[in-house]
Each structure stands twice: as C-alpha cells, then as structure tokens.
Design a protein around this ligand. Structure first.
Ligand code: SF4
Ligand code: ZN
Length: 316
C-alpha cells in the first residue's frame, strides 16, 4: 500500500479505493484496475514488437521467482484466447545446493495449478556437472577466473535453448523486466560494449537455425509492478536470492537507477525508450556474428568451439 494512494479513489474505474500510486504516470489504481493494466501492457508489448504468433508453441523460462511466475500466469491467461497457441514452462536446474530445489518445487506447483506442461533441464544431465561443481573446479584450476554468474549465464542460455528445441517451441519467453532492460543498457554503455548493446533487445535475431527466438514480454513492466502483480494474485514464488548473486556492476546499476527513479519518476522508461529509438542506427553498428557449428558439440558457435565447450574444457 502506497501512502500517496491512501483513501483516494482509483483513477481508472473512479469507484474502488486506490491501493497503488504509479508515480511515473500519476495514476492511482485499485487492485482490479492495477492487475488489468499490467495484463493490458503485456498484450500491447507483445503486439508492438510482434513477439508471438497466434499458433506459436511458447516455452516460458520459469525460475520460480516473482517475475517469471507473474509472466507465466499472464501468458496462460492470454493463451486461453488463442486456442492454437500452446505453452510449456521450462525450468533450468543449475544445481545450486540449498537454493534451486525450493524454486523447482514452486515452479512445478504453479504449472500444475495452471495445467501447463513443465520441463526441467539440469546442468548435471547436460554437462556432467552441477553449477556448484563447475564453480569448485574453476576455483581449483584457475582461482575462479570468472564469477559464478558468468559461467552460469553461458550454461543456462544453452540449456534453455536445448530444452526449447526438445519441446518443439517456436519461441522462448523470458521475464526480463523494464529494470533488467535499463540495467543491461547502462551496463553495456559503462563497459563500452556497443555490440552487446545492439544485441540485447526485446526480440532476438535468430542468427542460426538451432537458436530458438527469444522474446521479452515484460520489457515494459517495472520490476516493482511484476512483484506487486504476484502479491495481488497471491502467486507463490521463491523470494530467496541465489547464494552466488554477485554481479557487482549490475547491482550498482540497479542502485543508481532506483535512486534516479525515486527522484525522477520515469527514468527507467526514458533509458529503455532512448535505446529503442536508436535501434535502427545500432543495427548498423553491430557486427552480425557469423555462426557456424561447434566442432565438438555441433551447437551454434562464433568460433571453432562454442562458449560452452570452451568453458567445460577449461575446467576438465
Ligand atoms: Fe546463476 Fe548468478 Fe543467477 Fe545464481 S545469480 S542463478 S549463479 S546467474
Ligand atoms: Zn560446443
């Protein structure tokens, strides 16, 4: 409950009591209008970016956290209106002791309640190691050259793509929120990485036939609202952070953006929209990666070995 919204009437229905003040738009919303406005925004984003077709089989990446479960619930609702479309939830089990098990159970429970097929893909099965083992081995070999998240990111991207292909998905939907988008944009600017800046976008290019296209229907939903959606809809989610969560620079970006948003509502949208307007120019700047097949595993690779094989060889 936001104090500013207390004892005022909803700006949309003009009947029920407001419980949330959306500072960047000035709207005060009741629970029902808030929920409907989030769902309408997701539908509008999907339409604007042409993210989904009426008959797509959509793999939703479900970690068990608030964002991915809110996305799953909203897509399930949208899908009911499109009888030719289908959803399947995909959860990557990285193998993080004392953390992932609870998330897996919560993801499974939500899928069961929604009647959605649930596929789990484990690092251990796919690569022979859990993330805990990868991290331990990397420490042993090289004093952990990269952060756990850097290893996890490479391995998880592949796992998600493999799982999506196995369930015959046309698209992978991930729950990146407006906050994630704005943080990533600033991160890439701060690192001076223009190629990454151009490549990270709401709908990915399929640079190789073995890549399943990824879409981000939450790219215009602030994280705060995705969390509030989960609370209002009483969706059970995992609220414990990953023990490896350590991306220092991203945390600084999050802190800075939250601070700016607090003082200047609308900052996160401004960052995201500025880059979206620059998109055509960025496409020209970004080198198109010429993907071939990895000589070891046959998956798409920009070099002789793909990133996964390169990483696994280093720790073997
Ligand atoms: Fe993987 Fe890092 Fe996310 Fe943990 S915080 S799940 S290690 S990317
Ligand atoms: Zn490979």
């Amino acid at each position: 409950m936001s104090q500013d919204a207390a004892a005022t009437v909803c700006s949309l229905c003009k009947r029920r009591d407001a419980f949330f003040f959306r500072r960047y738009s000035g709207e005060k919303l009741c629970r029902k209008c808030f929920v409907e406005s989030v769902e309408a925004k997701v539908r509008a984003t999907i339409a604007k970016y042409n993210m989904l077709n009426f008959d797509d089989r959509i793999a939703v990446a479900v970690s068990g956290g608030k964002d991915s479960l809110s996305l799953l619930h909203i897509l399930a609702k949208i899908e009911r209106r499109h009888p030719k479309a289908s959803l399947v939830a995909v959860t990557v089990d990285e193998g993080i002791k004392g953390y992932r098990d609870e998330a897996l159970a919560i993801a499974a429970e939500n899928c069961k309640a929604l009647g959605i097929e649930h596929r789990v893909v484990a690092f251990k099965e796919l690569y022979g190691y859990t993330l805990d083992e990868v991290v331990a081995k990397a420490r042993e070999k090289s004093g952990l050259a990269l952060t756990a998240c850097a290893y996890c990111g490479v391995l998880r991207r592949r796992a998600l793509n493999v799982a999506a292909r196995e369930v015959d998905a046309d698209k992978i939907a991930t729950a990146h929120t407006l906050d994630d988008e704005a943080q990533t944009i600033l991160l890439n600017i701060f690192r001076g990485d223009l190629v990454r800046l151009a490549k990270e976008k709401p709908v990915t290019d399929e640079a190789h036939p073995r890549f399943v296209q990824k879409v981000r229907p939450f790219c215009e939903i602030p994280e705060k609202e995705s969390a509030l959606y989960a609370y209002v809809k009483t969706i059970r989610f995992q609220d414990v952070p990953c023990p490896y969560a350590s991306e220092a620079l991203r945390n600084e970006m999050r802190f800075m953006l939250n601070h700016m948003e607090e003082r200047h509502p609308g900052t996160k949208f401004a960052v995201f929209k500025a880059i979206e307007r620059l998109r055509p120019a960025l496409e020209e700047v970004a080198k198109k990666t010429d993907f071939k097949e990895c000589t070891a595993c046959g998956e798409p690779a920009s070099d002789k070995l793909c990133k996964v094989c390169e990483l696994l060889r280093k720790i073997a």
